[in-house]
Structure formats: C-alpha cells, structure tokens
Design a protein around this ligand. Sequence first.
Ligand code: HEC
Length: 133
Amino acid sequence: MCKREELNMFRSMAKLSALLMVSSVSLTGCSKDEPRKVAVAPVASGTTSPEPVRDGEALFKQYCANCHPNGGNASDSERTLYGSVLKRNHITKPEDIVRIMRKPLSRMIRFDASTLSDKDARTIAEYVLKTFK
Ligand code: HEC
C-alpha cells in the first residue's frame, strides 16, 4: 500500500473512531465492516481442543483493528502498536499488552475476561508483537 493511501485510510479510520466514540457504540458495533473470516489455527494431530482455536490475526481483526488499523492507532498516533513505539512505551512482553487490554490507559475500551479469555488475550498479544514492526 502506498503512503498516501495509508494516510487516507488512517484519516478515515480516525473519523470513524471519533464517530464511534461520540455515539458510544459498543464493541459489537465496531466490527460491522469486517470481512467475515473464520481462521482456525493448526492443531497437532492427536490432540483435541474443547473450544475452537482462533488465531491471532482473526482475533485482532475482530477486537482491535477498528482502532488499530494495520497496527496503527486511529486516535492517538503516539500509541501505535509498532514495535519501536511499544518499546518506547515500555511494552515488550505479551503480558504487557494483556495488561493494557484488561486495564487501558484512557480512551481504549476495556476487554475483560468475559469478552476475551486469558488465552485469546495472550494470542492477540503475541500476534501484535510479532506482526507490527
Ligand atoms: C475503541 C478503540 C480501541 C480499541 C477497540 C482497541 N484500542 Fe488499543 N488503544 C486505543 C487508544 C485510544 C489507545 C491509546 C491509549 C488510551 O487512550 O487508552 C490504545 C493503546 C493501546 C496500546 C498501547 C500502545 C502504546 O504504544 O503505548 C496497546 C498495546 C493496545 N492499545 C492494544 C490493543 C489491543 C490488543 C486491542 C484489541 C484487543 C485494542 N488495543 C483495541 C484504542 C483502542
């Protein structure tokens, strides 16, 4: 994607997120534009998983991407999910990201355990750390 397109996308995401905040639409309202993607992480043969395994990308798209498109931040450009920025903000481990989901700094929505299990939260955190450089 070229720089200009990225910038435009970022701007429209910023507008969208401002709108969402004004009308205080809940999280479920956030995901209306998302492609429905059912991703299943590979499970080693012979193991059975009691609950469906959702991969980090799918979870991120569902819960985070509206405000963090491509790891950016639609409303606070100092708080993106890019590795260098996370490091500057002392976020270096999956636990650090999970902590922010459970207890955001200010404007981010809180994700409690009934929304995102510890396992899903950790899967997202690991995805964020390995994906956005
Ligand atoms: C409603 C919009 C919104 C959603 C949804 C959202 N965030 Fe955020 N996020 C923010 C904002 C705004 C900040 C800046 C700090 C603040 O105001 O809370 C932020 C900050 C962060 C930070 C700190 C970044 C830094 O550089 O300091 C992390 C990590 C983060 N979000 C992860 C996530 C994850 C993971 C999800 C999905 C589970 C998510 N966020 C969903 C809006 C959102």
